[in-house]
Ligand binder design. Sequence first.
Ligand SMILES: NC(=O)c1ccc[n+]([C@@H]2O[C@H](COP(=O)([O-])OP(=O)(O)OC[C@H]3O[C@@H](n4cnc5c(N)ncnc54)[C@H](O)[C@@H]3O)[C@@H](O)[C@H]2O)c1
Length: 332
Amino acid sequence: MLRVGVIGAGHIGRNHSNVYHSDPLAQFVAVCDVIKEKADAFATQFGVRAYDSVDEMLRQEQLDLVSVTTAGAENGGHHYEPVMQALNAGVHVLCEKPLSNNINHAREMVQTARAKGLYLGVNLNHRFVPLAARAKTFVDEGRLGELCFVNMALWIANRNDSAPYFHLRALHPHSIDVMRYFCGGIVRVQAFFKKASHRQIWSNASINMQFANGMVGHLTGSYDMTTRHPFERCEVAGTRARFVLENVYERLTLYPHDSDETIVISNSIMGGTASFLDTFKNRIHRFLEQVDQKVPREQIEGSGEEGLAAQEVIEAAIRSFETGAVVEVPVT
Ligand SMILES: NC(=O)c1ccc[n+]([C@@H]2O[C@H](COP(=O)([O-])OP(=O)(O)OC[C@H]3O[C@@H](n4cnc5c(N)ncnc54)[C@H](O)[C@@H]3O)[C@@H](O)[C@H]2O)c1
Protein backbone atom coordinates (compact mmCIF):
# COMPACT_ATOMS: atom_id res chain seq x y z
CA MET A 1 0.00 0.00 0.00
CA LEU A 2 1.17 3.50 -0.79
CA ARG A 3 1.09 6.21 1.89
CA VAL A 4 -0.79 9.11 0.34
CA GLY A 5 -1.39 12.77 1.16
CA VAL A 6 -3.58 15.37 -0.53
CA ILE A 7 -2.46 19.01 -0.86
CA GLY A 8 -5.38 21.39 -1.40
CA ALA A 9 -8.65 20.70 0.41
CA GLY A 10 -11.06 22.19 -2.09
CA HIS A 11 -13.77 20.69 -4.27
CA ILE A 12 -11.36 18.67 -6.43
CA GLY A 13 -9.20 17.74 -3.42
CA ARG A 14 -12.34 16.10 -2.02
CA ASN A 15 -12.74 14.04 -5.21
CA HIS A 16 -9.13 12.82 -4.90
CA SER A 17 -9.58 12.16 -1.17
CA ASN A 18 -12.72 10.10 -1.76
CA VAL A 19 -10.80 7.93 -4.22
CA TYR A 20 -7.76 7.44 -1.97
CA HIS A 21 -10.06 6.73 0.99
CA SER A 22 -11.58 3.75 -0.80
CA ASP A 23 -8.79 2.53 -3.13
CA PRO A 24 -7.18 -0.69 -1.84
CA LEU A 25 -3.75 0.41 -3.13
CA ALA A 26 -3.76 3.60 -1.03
CA GLN A 27 -3.34 4.31 2.66
CA PHE A 28 -4.70 7.85 2.84
CA VAL A 29 -2.98 9.41 5.86
CA ALA A 30 -2.81 13.21 5.61
CA VAL A 31 -4.24 16.34 4.06
CA CYS A 32 -2.77 19.82 3.84
CA ASP A 33 -4.38 23.17 3.14
CA VAL A 34 -2.98 26.62 3.87
CA ILE A 35 -6.42 27.30 5.33
CA LYS A 36 -6.23 25.04 8.37
CA GLU A 37 -10.01 24.81 8.85
CA LYS A 38 -10.35 23.26 5.40
CA ALA A 39 -7.69 20.64 6.17
CA ASP A 40 -9.36 19.99 9.54
CA ALA A 41 -12.73 19.36 7.89
CA PHE A 42 -11.14 16.78 5.56
CA ALA A 43 -9.30 15.21 8.51
CA THR A 44 -12.60 14.72 10.31
CA GLN A 45 -14.35 13.37 7.22
CA PHE A 46 -11.62 10.93 6.17
CA GLY A 47 -9.91 10.11 9.47
CA VAL A 48 -6.52 11.52 8.37
CA ARG A 49 -4.11 14.05 9.95
CA ALA A 50 -4.42 17.73 8.99
CA TYR A 51 -1.58 20.15 8.19
CA ASP A 52 -1.35 23.76 7.05
CA SER A 53 2.29 23.42 5.93
CA VAL A 54 3.34 21.18 3.05
CA ASP A 55 6.91 20.88 4.40
CA GLU A 56 5.64 19.86 7.82
CA MET A 57 3.37 17.20 6.31
CA LEU A 58 6.25 15.88 4.18
CA ARG A 59 8.57 15.80 7.24
CA GLN A 60 6.09 13.99 9.49
CA GLU A 61 4.34 11.49 7.26
CA GLN A 62 6.87 9.48 5.14
CA LEU A 63 4.56 9.74 2.16
CA ASP A 64 5.04 7.78 -1.05
CA LEU A 65 2.73 9.96 -3.12
CA VAL A 66 0.75 13.19 -3.00
CA SER A 67 -2.05 14.61 -5.07
CA VAL A 68 -1.64 18.34 -5.65
CA THR A 69 -5.15 19.74 -5.97
CA THR A 70 -4.45 23.42 -5.40
CA ALA A 71 -5.72 25.98 -7.94
CA GLY A 72 -4.51 29.63 -8.17
CA ALA A 73 -4.34 31.85 -11.25
CA GLU A 74 -5.86 30.17 -14.31
CA ASN A 75 -6.48 27.17 -12.03
CA GLY A 76 -2.77 26.32 -12.07
CA GLY A 77 -0.87 29.17 -10.42
CA HIS A 78 -0.58 27.43 -7.03
CA HIS A 79 0.63 24.04 -8.26
CA TYR A 80 4.34 24.76 -8.78
CA GLU A 81 5.37 25.31 -5.17
CA PRO A 82 3.83 22.19 -3.55
CA VAL A 83 4.79 19.98 -6.52
CA MET A 84 8.42 21.09 -6.21
CA GLN A 85 8.34 20.67 -2.42
CA ALA A 86 7.06 17.11 -2.80
CA LEU A 87 9.52 16.19 -5.56
CA ASN A 88 12.41 17.67 -3.58
CA ALA A 89 11.32 15.49 -0.64
CA GLY A 90 11.46 12.39 -2.89
CA VAL A 91 7.67 11.96 -3.11
CA HIS A 92 5.78 10.99 -6.30
CA VAL A 93 3.16 13.50 -7.46
CA LEU A 94 -0.18 13.40 -9.21
CA CYS A 95 -0.94 17.02 -10.11
CA GLU A 96 -4.20 18.54 -11.24
CA LYS A 97 -4.24 20.14 -14.65
CA PRO A 98 -2.78 22.44 -15.80
CA LEU A 99 0.61 21.51 -14.32
CA SER A 100 1.06 25.27 -14.07
CA ASN A 101 -0.36 28.27 -15.92
CA ASN A 102 3.29 29.32 -16.31
CA ILE A 103 4.88 27.16 -19.02
CA ASN A 104 8.41 27.64 -17.63
CA HIS A 105 7.24 26.34 -14.26
CA ALA A 106 5.54 23.37 -15.96
CA ARG A 107 8.77 22.57 -17.82
CA GLU A 108 10.79 22.78 -14.59
CA MET A 109 8.37 20.46 -12.77
CA VAL A 110 8.73 17.84 -15.51
CA GLN A 111 12.53 18.21 -15.63
CA THR A 112 12.80 17.92 -11.85
CA ALA A 113 10.72 14.73 -11.70
CA ARG A 114 12.80 13.28 -14.53
CA ALA A 115 16.13 14.24 -12.90
CA LYS A 116 15.05 12.73 -9.59
CA GLY A 117 13.60 9.56 -11.16
CA LEU A 118 10.21 10.27 -9.58
CA TYR A 119 6.77 9.74 -11.05
CA LEU A 120 4.86 12.85 -12.04
CA GLY A 121 1.33 12.31 -13.34
CA VAL A 122 -1.30 14.82 -14.40
CA ASN A 123 -5.01 14.34 -13.81
CA LEU A 124 -5.91 14.02 -17.50
CA ASN A 125 -8.95 12.08 -16.37
CA HIS A 126 -11.17 12.44 -19.45
CA ARG A 127 -9.41 9.62 -21.30
CA PHE A 128 -9.39 7.17 -18.37
CA VAL A 129 -12.67 5.50 -19.35
CA PRO A 130 -13.34 2.11 -20.97
CA LEU A 131 -14.82 3.58 -24.17
CA ALA A 132 -11.72 5.71 -24.79
CA ALA A 133 -9.53 2.63 -24.29
CA ARG A 134 -11.74 0.75 -26.78
CA ALA A 135 -11.47 3.59 -29.30
CA LYS A 136 -7.71 3.52 -28.88
CA THR A 137 -7.68 -0.15 -29.89
CA PHE A 138 -9.45 0.86 -33.16
CA VAL A 139 -6.47 3.14 -33.87
CA ASP A 140 -3.77 0.74 -32.68
CA GLU A 141 -5.20 -2.29 -34.53
CA GLY A 142 -5.41 -0.34 -37.79
CA ARG A 143 -9.22 -0.51 -38.03
CA LEU A 144 -9.32 3.15 -39.07
CA GLY A 145 -6.66 2.59 -41.75
CA GLU A 146 -4.31 5.49 -42.32
CA LEU A 147 -5.27 8.31 -39.94
CA CYS A 148 -6.54 11.42 -41.74
CA PHE A 149 -8.32 13.90 -39.46
CA VAL A 150 -9.57 14.53 -35.93
CA ASN A 151 -12.39 16.85 -34.79
CA MET A 152 -12.54 17.61 -31.08
CA ALA A 153 -15.04 19.69 -29.13
CA LEU A 154 -15.06 20.52 -25.43
CA TRP A 155 -17.32 23.19 -23.99
CA ILE A 156 -18.66 23.85 -20.53
CA ALA A 157 -20.05 26.76 -18.52
CA ASN A 158 -17.50 28.77 -16.59
CA ARG A 159 -18.28 32.38 -15.75
CA ASN A 160 -14.84 33.14 -14.27
CA ASP A 161 -13.54 36.22 -16.10
CA SER A 162 -10.20 36.47 -14.32
CA ALA A 163 -7.52 36.27 -17.02
CA PRO A 164 -7.58 36.64 -20.84
CA TYR A 165 -6.45 33.04 -21.55
CA PHE A 166 -8.07 31.32 -18.56
CA HIS A 167 -10.35 29.24 -20.79
CA LEU A 168 -7.42 27.98 -22.87
CA ARG A 169 -5.04 27.19 -20.01
CA ALA A 170 -7.57 25.79 -17.52
CA LEU A 171 -9.82 23.67 -19.76
CA HIS A 172 -7.95 22.55 -22.83
CA PRO A 173 -5.22 20.42 -21.30
CA HIS A 174 -8.07 17.85 -21.37
CA SER A 175 -9.20 18.19 -24.98
CA ILE A 176 -5.70 18.42 -26.40
CA ASP A 177 -4.63 15.43 -24.33
CA VAL A 178 -7.52 13.37 -25.74
CA MET A 179 -6.48 14.39 -29.28
CA ARG A 180 -2.86 13.46 -28.58
CA TYR A 181 -3.92 10.16 -26.98
CA PHE A 182 -5.52 9.02 -30.24
CA CYS A 183 -3.44 10.87 -32.82
CA GLY A 184 0.02 11.51 -31.36
CA GLY A 185 2.11 14.67 -31.23
CA ILE A 186 0.92 18.05 -32.54
CA VAL A 187 3.54 20.05 -34.43
CA ARG A 188 1.84 23.22 -35.78
CA VAL A 189 -1.19 25.28 -34.78
CA GLN A 190 -3.26 28.20 -36.03
CA ALA A 191 -5.80 29.74 -33.64
CA PHE A 192 -8.74 32.14 -33.57
CA PHE A 193 -10.49 33.19 -30.34
CA LYS A 194 -13.74 34.98 -29.57
CA LYS A 195 -14.91 36.84 -26.45
CA ALA A 196 -18.64 36.53 -25.83
CA SER A 197 -19.80 40.16 -25.73
CA HIS A 198 -20.57 40.08 -21.99
CA ARG A 199 -17.12 38.70 -21.14
CA GLN A 200 -13.58 39.94 -20.44
CA ILE A 201 -11.80 36.74 -21.51
CA TRP A 202 -11.29 34.78 -24.73
CA SER A 203 -14.09 32.37 -23.89
CA ASN A 204 -14.31 30.62 -27.30
CA ALA A 205 -11.55 29.03 -29.35
CA SER A 206 -11.10 27.50 -32.78
CA ILE A 207 -7.70 25.86 -33.27
CA ASN A 208 -6.36 24.13 -36.39
CA MET A 209 -3.62 21.59 -35.89
CA GLN A 210 -1.16 19.51 -37.84
CA PHE A 211 0.12 16.30 -36.29
CA ALA A 212 3.59 14.76 -36.52
CA ASN A 213 2.09 11.82 -38.46
CA GLY A 214 0.62 14.21 -41.07
CA MET A 215 -2.97 14.18 -39.75
CA VAL A 216 -4.95 17.39 -39.60
CA GLY A 217 -7.17 18.31 -36.69
CA HIS A 218 -9.45 20.88 -35.19
CA LEU A 219 -10.53 21.85 -31.68
CA THR A 220 -13.62 23.90 -30.82
CA GLY A 221 -13.69 25.06 -27.20
CA SER A 222 -15.89 27.28 -25.09
CA TYR A 223 -16.65 28.46 -21.56
CA ASP A 224 -20.00 29.94 -22.70
CA MET A 225 -21.98 26.67 -23.00
CA THR A 226 -23.39 24.22 -20.45
CA THR A 227 -22.78 20.70 -19.16
CA ARG A 228 -26.55 20.02 -19.19
CA HIS A 229 -26.20 18.74 -22.73
CA PRO A 230 -23.32 16.71 -24.20
CA PHE A 231 -20.15 18.76 -23.78
CA GLU A 232 -17.37 16.67 -25.31
CA ARG A 233 -17.05 14.91 -28.65
CA CYS A 234 -14.04 13.35 -30.36
CA GLU A 235 -14.15 12.15 -33.97
CA VAL A 236 -11.14 10.41 -35.52
CA ALA A 237 -11.19 9.40 -39.18
CA GLY A 238 -8.95 7.27 -41.34
CA THR A 239 -8.93 5.73 -44.79
CA ARG A 240 -10.93 2.64 -43.65
CA ALA A 241 -13.25 3.89 -40.90
CA ARG A 242 -14.16 6.73 -38.60
CA PHE A 243 -15.15 6.73 -34.91
CA VAL A 244 -17.06 9.20 -32.78
CA LEU A 245 -16.64 9.12 -29.00
CA GLU A 246 -19.52 11.07 -27.47
CA ASN A 247 -19.59 12.91 -24.18
CA VAL A 248 -16.43 11.42 -22.62
CA TYR A 249 -17.85 7.97 -21.84
CA GLU A 250 -21.45 7.76 -23.12
CA ARG A 251 -21.21 6.24 -26.59
CA LEU A 252 -18.60 5.11 -29.10
CA THR A 253 -19.61 4.58 -32.73
CA LEU A 254 -17.43 3.06 -35.43
CA TYR A 255 -18.40 3.82 -39.03
CA PRO A 256 -16.54 1.38 -41.37
CA HIS A 257 -16.26 2.78 -44.93
CA ASP A 258 -16.98 -0.60 -46.52
CA SER A 259 -20.24 -1.36 -44.70
CA ASP A 260 -23.69 0.13 -44.15
CA GLU A 261 -23.56 -1.24 -40.61
CA THR A 262 -22.10 0.73 -37.74
CA ILE A 263 -20.76 -0.60 -34.45
CA VAL A 264 -22.18 1.18 -31.41
CA ILE A 265 -20.77 0.60 -27.92
CA SER A 266 -22.79 2.31 -25.22
CA ASN A 267 -21.76 2.86 -21.65
CA SER A 268 -23.40 0.09 -19.65
CA ILE A 269 -25.69 1.08 -16.80
CA MET A 270 -24.66 -2.20 -15.15
CA GLY A 271 -21.09 -1.62 -13.97
CA GLY A 272 -20.15 0.97 -16.58
CA THR A 273 -19.00 4.51 -15.87
CA ALA A 274 -21.55 5.77 -13.35
CA SER A 275 -20.73 9.49 -13.45
CA PHE A 276 -17.96 11.92 -14.26
CA LEU A 277 -16.56 11.19 -10.78
CA ASP A 278 -15.57 7.74 -12.08
CA THR A 279 -13.04 9.42 -14.37
CA PHE A 280 -11.19 10.51 -11.20
CA LYS A 281 -11.51 7.03 -9.70
CA ASN A 282 -10.15 5.34 -12.83
CA ARG A 283 -7.35 7.82 -13.40
CA ILE A 284 -6.14 7.90 -9.79
CA HIS A 285 -6.33 4.11 -9.48
CA ARG A 286 -4.21 3.73 -12.63
CA PHE A 287 -1.58 6.08 -11.20
CA LEU A 288 -1.53 4.14 -7.92
CA GLU A 289 -1.23 0.89 -9.84
CA GLN A 290 1.65 2.12 -11.98
CA VAL A 291 3.52 3.62 -9.00
CA ASP A 292 2.93 0.45 -7.00
CA GLN A 293 4.22 -1.70 -9.88
CA LYS A 294 7.27 0.61 -10.26
CA VAL A 295 6.77 0.78 -14.04
CA PRO A 296 9.49 2.56 -16.07
CA ARG A 297 8.79 6.32 -15.90
CA GLU A 298 8.10 6.57 -19.64
CA GLN A 299 5.19 4.12 -19.28
CA ILE A 300 3.20 6.36 -16.91
CA GLU A 301 -0.17 7.09 -18.52
CA GLY A 302 -1.16 10.74 -18.32
CA SER A 303 2.42 11.65 -17.41
CA GLY A 304 3.90 15.04 -16.60
CA GLU A 305 5.46 14.95 -20.07
CA GLU A 306 2.02 14.47 -21.65
CA GLY A 307 0.48 17.22 -19.55
CA LEU A 308 3.32 19.52 -20.56
CA ALA A 309 2.95 18.60 -24.25
CA ALA A 310 -0.72 19.66 -24.14
CA GLN A 311 0.26 22.93 -22.51
CA GLU A 312 2.91 23.60 -25.15
CA VAL A 313 0.12 23.34 -27.74
CA ILE A 314 -2.00 25.84 -25.78
CA GLU A 315 0.87 28.33 -25.52
CA ALA A 316 1.57 27.95 -29.26
CA ALA A 317 -2.14 28.59 -29.96
CA ILE A 318 -2.02 31.76 -27.86
CA ARG A 319 1.06 32.95 -29.81
CA SER A 320 -0.73 32.13 -33.07
CA PHE A 321 -3.78 34.15 -32.04
CA GLU A 322 -1.63 37.10 -30.96
CA THR A 323 0.53 37.15 -34.09
CA GLY A 324 -1.83 35.79 -36.76
CA ALA A 325 0.86 33.25 -37.71
CA VAL A 326 0.96 29.46 -37.91
CA VAL A 327 3.13 28.51 -34.91
CA GLU A 328 5.43 25.50 -34.41
CA VAL A 329 4.88 23.60 -31.16
CA PRO A 330 8.11 22.99 -29.19
CA VAL A 331 8.93 19.30 -28.75
CA THR A 332 8.81 18.28 -25.06
N1 LIG B 1 -9.55 17.08 -13.72
C1 LIG B 1 -10.75 17.66 -13.68
O1 LIG B 1 -11.74 17.16 -14.21
C2 LIG B 1 -10.87 18.97 -12.95
C3 LIG B 1 -12.13 19.61 -12.85
C4 LIG B 1 -12.18 20.83 -12.19
C5 LIG B 1 -11.03 21.39 -11.64
N2 LIG B 1 -9.83 20.75 -11.77
C6 LIG B 1 -8.57 21.30 -11.22
O2 LIG B 1 -8.53 21.03 -9.82
C7 LIG B 1 -7.71 22.01 -9.17
C8 LIG B 1 -8.39 22.45 -7.88
O3 LIG B 1 -9.62 23.07 -8.16
P1 LIG B 1 -10.66 23.46 -6.97
O4 LIG B 1 -11.85 24.00 -7.63
O5 LIG B 1 -10.78 22.32 -6.03
O6 LIG B 1 -9.83 24.66 -6.25
P2 LIG B 1 -10.11 25.31 -4.83
O7 LIG B 1 -9.62 26.72 -4.91
O8 LIG B 1 -11.51 25.05 -4.38
O9 LIG B 1 -9.16 24.49 -3.81
C9 LIG B 1 -7.78 24.64 -3.80
C10 LIG B 1 -7.32 24.58 -2.35
O10 LIG B 1 -5.90 24.59 -2.33
C11 LIG B 1 -5.48 25.34 -1.21
N3 LIG B 1 -4.07 25.73 -1.40
C12 LIG B 1 -3.56 26.66 -2.23
N4 LIG B 1 -2.21 26.68 -2.15
C13 LIG B 1 -1.86 25.73 -1.26
C14 LIG B 1 -0.62 25.25 -0.77
N5 LIG B 1 0.55 25.75 -1.19
N6 LIG B 1 -0.62 24.26 0.13
C15 LIG B 1 -1.79 23.75 0.58
N7 LIG B 1 -3.00 24.15 0.16
C16 LIG B 1 -3.05 25.13 -0.77
C17 LIG B 1 -6.47 26.47 -1.14
O11 LIG B 1 -6.51 27.08 0.14
C18 LIG B 1 -7.77 25.77 -1.50
O12 LIG B 1 -8.45 25.29 -0.36
C19 LIG B 1 -7.46 23.11 -10.22
O13 LIG B 1 -6.14 22.99 -10.69
C20 LIG B 1 -8.44 22.80 -11.35
O14 LIG B 1 -7.90 23.12 -12.62
C21 LIG B 1 -9.75 19.55 -12.40
